[in-house]
Design a protein around this ligand. Structure first.
Ligand SMILES: *Cc1c(COP(=O)(O)O)cnc(C)c1O
Length: 219
C-alpha cells in the first residue's frame, strides 16, 4: 500500500483553494492512520456507524465529513462530532440536524446536495426544491446549522463532456445562489475519476477515495 505517496501526488495537483476530503469508507483504521501520519486531517465516510467507530478510535484533531445519504433517525449518532454533512437533501433533515446539534451546543455545517446526474438513483434536490429551502430559511431561523455550500455527483460515465456539462450546471447554480447568500463558500464536487475536471469547473472541495486508498472491496 502506498497511501502516503498517493496523497502526496494528489495534493501536489490541488490548487491552494481546493480542500481534499480523503474518502476512507470500507477501509480499516490502520489505512486511515497511514493517511493521518502523512498529514491528512479531513476524512469522509458514508455510513454513520462506521464513521462513529473510526471517530472513537482515532485522534481527535480529525474533521469527519459525512458524504453519504443521511437517514433522519441516525443524525443523533454523529451530532456530537461531525464537521460537515455533504448530502443534505431535505428540510426535514436540516431540522433534525439543527435539533441534534442544539443538544450538543454545536453549530453543524451542511452542504445541500443537488441532483446533477442523469441517473435516477443519485440523491439530491432540483433547483426548485433548493430555492424553496432557501425561501424557508429566510423566514425561520435555525441557530444550530449553517449552510456553507453545495455538493453534487456527476453521472458515472466515460463521457467527459457530459460530466463537464453537469459540473458547470452545478457551478452556475452555486454562483447564482451566492449572489444573495454570501455564506456559501464550498462547492463539493469531484471524485477520483473526475476531480481535475471538477476543479477546472470551479470545485473548492474534492472527495477522493480509491486514488488514495486503492479500490474498495465490498463483501
Ligand atoms: C465513495 C464516494 C467518493 C469517493 O469515490 P472515489 O471514486 O473512490 O474517489 C466520493 N463521493 C461520494 C459521495 C462517495 O460516496
Amino acid at each position: 500500500m502506498k497511501i502516503k505517496e498517493n496523497l502526496t501526488e494528489i495534493k501536489s495537483q490541488l490548487p491552494a483553494h481546493v480542500t481534499l476530503v480523503a474518502v476512507s469508507k470500507t477501509k480499516p483504521v490502520s489505512d486511515l492512520m497511514e493517511a493521518y501520519n502523512a498529514g491528512q486531517r479531513i476524512f469522509g465516510e458514508n455510513k454513520i456507524q462506521e464513521m462513529t467507530e473510526k471517530w472513537e478510535q482515532m485522534p481527535k484533531d480529525i474533521e469527519w465529513h459525512m458524504i453519504g445519504h443521511v437517514q433522519t433517525n441516525k443524525v443523533k449518532f454523529m451530532a456530537e462530532y461531525v464537521s460537515l454533512i455533504h448530502g443534505v437533501d431535505s428540510l426535514k433533515l436540516l431540522q433534525e440536524i439543527n435539533k441534534q446539534a442544539k443538544k450538543h451546543n454545536r453549530i453543524i455545517d451542511c452542504l445541500l446536495q443537488i441532483h446533477i446526474a442523469e441517473e435516477e438513483t443519485k440523491f439530491g434536490l432540483n433547483e426548485e426544491e433548493l430555492n424553496e429551502i432557501f425561501e424557508i430559511l429566510k423566514q425561520v431561523q435555525y441557530d444550530n446549522i449553517r449552510i456553507v455550500g453545495l455538493m453534487g455527483m456527476a453521472t458515472f460515465t466515460d463521457n467527459q463532456s457530459q460530466i463537464e456539462k453537469e459540473f458547470n450546471h452545478l457551478k452556475a447554480i452555486f454562483d447564482k445562489l451566492q449572489t444573495s447568500n454570501s455564506q456559501l463558500q464550498t462547492l463539493s464536487m469531484g471524485m477520483s475519476g473526475d476531480y481535475q475536471l471538477a476543479i477546472s469547473c470551479g470545485s473548492t472541495m474534492v472527495r477522493i477515495g480509491s486514488s488514495i486508498f486503492g479500490n474498495r472491496n465490498y463483501q
